[in-house]
Design a protein around this ligand. Structure first.
Ligand SMILES: [Fe+2]
Ligand SMILES: [Fe+2]
Length: 280
């Protein structure tokens, strides 16, 4: 792991490009608006830190199911990426606070057990659930956040986060692409619950409340923007990805057409199992 993690992005710098030193939109905010944005960005720092822990698990999972090192190296770099994301979000929160903030308290990582799955499948389900699902949702969430953001600091930070999350999602899709027919048949019954459970996790994740639409300019999109991004990710990224790798999607398409319900009455028991964690 340590040799692989030496492959850091940006020569160890926090960002590919320096963050803007001044942001007139930030300077125009009220104290209350700034406090809301501090809560958003420091909450994001805590989530990103927990995702670094999740990628330690993913790295171990890839080690157990793959003989080649290419995706393992990407997962090792993802640990470093997520640590940088946590620090970047803390730096942004500090800029909104107008003072240096300490890193937030760590969040607990809970691994989905995938009860009933053969032990040999659990590692692959962790990789697919965390990378192909969670990181794809994270990419869509950040893309929607970026589209709403025109304040210089938030826009620069979101651009940095987004470019890495797309790579993280690819780890899951690349692993799925390379599964043999037998393994693909074994995971097929689990795919729907992975999609349901990840969407439910993203919908249910507590987020710092933002009371003013102006704040979406600073990377805090409203609930409707987030919901559209999540459902759009299923329609435009996840279902086409599954179909491309010969997994059945018609029942997911019907569920999506019905509004993608994630309440308990619409989901299987497996679907309610907590997933690894939400990126943002
Ligand atoms: Fe991240
Ligand atoms: Fe990520």
């Amino acid at each position: 792991m340590h040799a692989e993690i030496a492959n850091k992005r940006w020569g160890g710098r926090l960002t590919s490009r320096p963050l803007p030193e001044r942001d007139p939109a930030l300077e125009a905010l009220t104290d209350e608006q700034r406090a809301q944005l501090v809560a958003v960005w420091i909450g994001r720092a805590a989530s990103e830190r927990r995702v670094a822990d999740a990628f330690e698990t993913i790295h171990g999972a890839l080690q157990s199911v793959r003989t080649d090192s290419s995706l393992r190296a990407l997962a090792a770099r993802a640990v470093d990426d997520e640590l940088r994301h946590a620090e970047l979000c803390r730096v942004v929160a500090s800029r909104y606070a107008g003072r240096e903030l300490a890193p937030p308290a760590p969040l607990t990582l809970v691994l989905p057990q995938h009860r009933g799955a053969p032990a040999r499948l659990v590692a692959t389900l962790h990789v697919l659930g965390h990378c192909a699902m969670n990181e794809t949702f994270a990419s869509a969430f950040l893309e929607a956040s970026f589209a709403c953001a025109d304040a210089a600091l938030a826009r620069a930070a979101l651009r940095e986060l987004l470019s890495d999350e797309i790579d993280h999602a690819r780890i899951g899709w690349a692993h799925l692409a390379e599964l043999g027919d037998h393994q693909r048949a074994e995971i097929a019954p689990w795919i729907e619950s992975l999609v349901y459970a990840n969407l439910k996790m993203w919908r249910d994740t507590p987020r710092a409340s933002v009371t003013h639409p102006l704040l979406q300019r600073h990377g805090a999109p409203g609930a409707q923007v987030i919901e559209s991004a999540l459902v759009g990710a299923i329609r435009e990224l996840i279902l086409p990805g599954l179909a491309r790798f010969r997994l059945s999607t018609p029942s997911l398409e019907r569920w999506l057409a019905a509004g993608a319900p994630t309440a308990a009455s619409h989901s299987s028991a497996k679907a309610l199992e907590p997933q690894i964690c939400c990126s943002v």
